[in-house]
Design a protein around this ligand. Structure first.
Ligand SMILES: Cc1cc2nc3c(=O)[nH]c(=O)nc-3n(C[C@H](O)[C@H](O)[C@H](O)COP(=O)(O)O)c2cc1C
Length: 425
């Protein structure tokens, strides 16, 4: 498979990118909009921010413009509107409503919720909301008495009837010093809801089901000890999000060591497992009805027969462990030619040659070859020395790559491989 030129790659990126219209209103949680913008951008989404005038009292448009790399719109009638001096389109509210793929109101004040529920269009954000026709999400954030007020509840009900999905606030400590429901939903839940809304729209992988495995496994030695590895599932979770952003339904089989916050962000159905044997049976069940399998978990190759009681240290001067080879999940699925299968090969020597051998022997469509160097620990949000190989050769050469960027490439390759498989049928 040939490598794409820079311009071709940019064109593909542009086609893939979706735009989120983020409406920020004037509540104490407005500062969290910064993190929302950053996290959405990490998923390759463009973010266009519109703020109410009150929101600008809590947080500067400059901060959000810097993070979103776009001007932030705040004013329906900016100075000089309609003259050549003005950068803003005269009908910005209509353009904004037409150019985005999903509308997210976060944080949403009781005031703006009430206005939109009643069709009031008295500022740029509410005018845009009234002109909006696509998928819409509302994440309220306010004092619990404001949230529980029947008027607010009725307004949220109206928004729901208008097609808005509420990302419900959480219970907990509120900025006013009280506790109760009203704290803005976690950023992970907000990002996941946006990705799900995009997934439900037409995407390149729309209608496809992909199983992704993440994290490590734990093989018990006795009831209190285990053998494991340091996998965090970071690359797998980023792949899950990138696949979902292209419309795939993702089934995540989550092993051990995975950061729960990151996992919450991945828009996927999640099954939790601990051992290699549990991972195998969960994957076997999931792949029955799926189109692709990304086997990215670091599954133990060897497992002990666990002792039924805790091994006592005073009974052993040295302890010899007898380990049994676990069953290789991808090898066991080598006859599933209908399935796109992508694996990982992490090696401390001969990374490319060993990955090529595994690609061939296990009948994979692609493999991510990771060249492990002691000084470049490959765990978590770091760059890894990796290549991506397919049956046709080097899809991406071996070089240091940020995992988020690599995840985007893997999701893109999955779409290509699925298209190829479809054509072969
Ligand atoms: C310090 C402070 C914090 C506020 N926090 C909230 C809040 O979290 N949620 C809310 O609905 N209103 C909050 N308000 C009230 C809103 O700012 C007020 O209703 C305003 O009109 C909202 O304008 P907007 O909806 O156009 O942004 C707060 C007001 C102040 C002074």
């Amino acid at each position: 498979m040939s490598r794409k030129s820079g311009t071709e790659r940019q064109k593909l990126e542009a086609a893939r990118a979706k735009t989120v219209l983020l409406g920020v209103t004037g509540g104490i949680a407005a500062y969290k909009a910064c993190e929302i913008v950053r996290r959405l951008a990490e998923h390759g989404l463009a973010v266009q921010v519109v703020m109410t005038e009150t929101a600008t009292r809590f947080i500067s448009p400059l901060t959000l413009a810097t993070l979103s790399e776009r001007p932030v719109w705040t004013d329906e009638f900016p100075q000089g509107i309609g003259t050549p001096a003005s950068a803003q389109d005269v009908i910005a509210h209509i353009d904004l409503a037409e150019q985005a793929d999903v509308f997210l109101l976060a944080p949403a004040t009781a005031n703006t919720i009430a206005k939109i529920a009643h069709g009031i269009a008295d500022n740029l954000l509410t005018s845009t909301a009234v002109a909006w026709q696509g998928p819409a999400l509302v994440a309220p954030a306010m004092n619990h008495r404001m949230y529980e007020n029947p008027v607010t509840q009725e307004n949220l009900q109206t928004l729901s009837q208008l097609g808005y999905t509420e990302i419900e606030p959480e219970e907990g400590w509120l900025a006013c010093g009280e506790t109760g429901p009203g704290r803005l939903a976690s950023i992970g839940r907000i990002v996941s809801s946006v990705l799900t809304a995009i997934q439900e729209r037409e995407g390149r992988l729309s209608g496809k089901r992909v199983v992704v495995t993440a994290g490590g496994t734990r093989e018990p030695l006795d009831p209190v000890r285990f053998i494991s590895n340091a996998s965090t599932g970071f690359l797998a979770l980023k792949c899950a999000s990138a696949l979902a952003a292209q419309g795939a339904h993702v089934d995540l089989v989550c092993g051990t060591g995975v950061n729960p916050e990151l996992q919450e962000e991945a828009p996927a159905d999640v099954a939790h497992v601990k051992t290699a044997a549990e991972m195998k049976s969960a994957v076997e069940k999931k792949v029955e009805s799926c189109d692709a399998l990304l086997m990215l978990a670091a599954v133990a190759d060897f497992a002990p027969a666990p002792a039924t009681h805790k091994i006592k240290k005073d009974e052993h001067e040295t302890l010899n462990l007898k380990l049994q080879r676990t069953e290789d999940i991808l090898w066991s699925l080598r006859e599933r030619h209908d399935l796109v299968k992508i694996g990982v090969s992490l090696e401390t020597e001969d990374a490319l040659a060993r990955a090529r051998a595994k690609l061939r022997d296990k009948g994979l469509d692609a493999i991510i070859a990771v060249d492990y160097r002691a000084e470049e620990a490959p765990y978590g949000d770091v760059s890894i020395r990796a290549a991506v190989l397919t049956g046709e050769g080097e899809h991406l050469p071996l070089e240091l790559r940020a995992k988020t960027e690599l995840a985007g490439e893997i999701a893109h390759l999955t779409a290509i491989l699925l298209d190829n498989k479809e054509r072969q049928r």
